[in-house]
Design a protein around this ligand. Structure first.
Ligand SMILES: [Mn+2]
Length: 311
């Protein structure tokens, strides 16, 4: 069975001298440097759904970006970037969805050096991390998020605030877990203690600012050295709500766009970084598409940071 739906988007060109990402995206399922896959699932959202529209909105913005980065002196057209399309999901059927994500991600990881998954709500990270643990072994999980997401699992109802607990309950679970960008007043002490008990390394926004990005992220490098693969999961609400209105649960006192990109740049230095997911972008709440634009830019930035030698 084909696990993907073909994406459709319309991007118009105004200048024939401009090379955009759309021009360099390949569609054949060959070996490639970067694979992209959308996961339009928000069936687990508790609150404001709408992350199912993110892959469509992000493609429109991402693929209309130009390919050159001054910062990295690198042109993305040097790479083979493949769009697998959207993984087939059902917003009312968790089992079908998670199974499809699990299987489809194996196709992406097999065919590319770096896979970028565009969610969807945060529940999609559960089948993805499970697939990477199974395929690679020791996994180093780095999460950018305002929240712990380790609520009790209460079947059959589930919210996206449970994804990490699902991951931890698996037999094949990550060896290291970092939560970067955790916020005051949006989490409670009970889950903070639980997160500590689970061995999660918690890096609050305050701590990041006090210690500094480079220094604080050195512990993720040490964990990566002890691991077979590193997986980065980005919840859009790690950004301050002034930069990210387009999300289920916007929170104040988060990262600004420069801090966000600097953290990403550091993490992209990790050699065994093989997967990135970006979740919880809800375009219908997004003021003037600002969040969508920032996230699309950050995807291009991740690719340039990862594949250039100019860090
Ligand atoms: Mn969150």
């Amino acid at each position: 069975m084909n696990l993907f739906n073909k994406p459709n988007y319309s991007i118009s060109r105004i200048d024939k001298n401009e090379l955009t990402l759309k021009d360099v995206i390949a569609e054949s399922k060959d070996k490639c440097d970067v694979s992209l896959a959308g996961i339009p699932f928000d069936g687990a959202t508790f609150g404001r759904p709408g992350a199912r529209y993110a892959p469509k909105y992000i493609r429109e913005h991402l693929l209309s970006l130009n390919t050159y980065s001054y910062e990295f002196d690198f042109d993305l057209s040097k790479l083979k970037i493949l769009d697998f399309g959207d993984i087939k999901v059902s917003n009312t059927d968790f089992n079908f969805t998670f199974e499809n994500i699990f299987k489809a991600s194996k196709e992406c990881m097999k065919n590319s050096k770096l896979s970028i998954y565009i969610g969807g709500d945060h529940s999609i990270t559960y089948p993805l991390v499970k697939a990477y643990c199974e395929n690679y072994g020791k996994l180093n999980l780095i999460i950018l998020d305002a929240h712990h997401d380790i609520r009790e699992i209460n079947e059959p109802y589930s919210s996206s605030g449970t994804f990490l607990r699902r991951i931890i309950y698996e037999e094949n679970k990550p060896s290291y877990i970092f939560q970067i960008g955790i916020r005051d007043f949006y989490n409670n002490y009970y889950y903070y203690k639980k997160a500590k008990d689970y061995g999660i390394e918690i890096l609050t926004v305050d701590k990041i600012r006090k210690v500094g990005i480079k220094k604080i992220l050195s512990m993720t490098f040490d964990a990566a050295k002890q691991s077979d693969v590193t997986y980065l999961s980005i919840d859009v609400d790690v950004l301050d709500m002034l930069y990210a209105s387009g999300t289920n649960s916007p929170c104040i006192n988060g990262l600004n766009s420069m801090e966000f990109l600097n953290i990403i740049k550091e993490i992209c230095k990790i050699e065994n970084l093989k997967a990135v997911d970006i979740v919880e972008l809800a375009p219908l709440y997004d003021l003037n598409n600002y969040t969508t634009k920032l996230i699309s830019y950050s995807i291009a930035y991740i690719i340039a940071a990862k594949f250039s030698n100019n860090q």
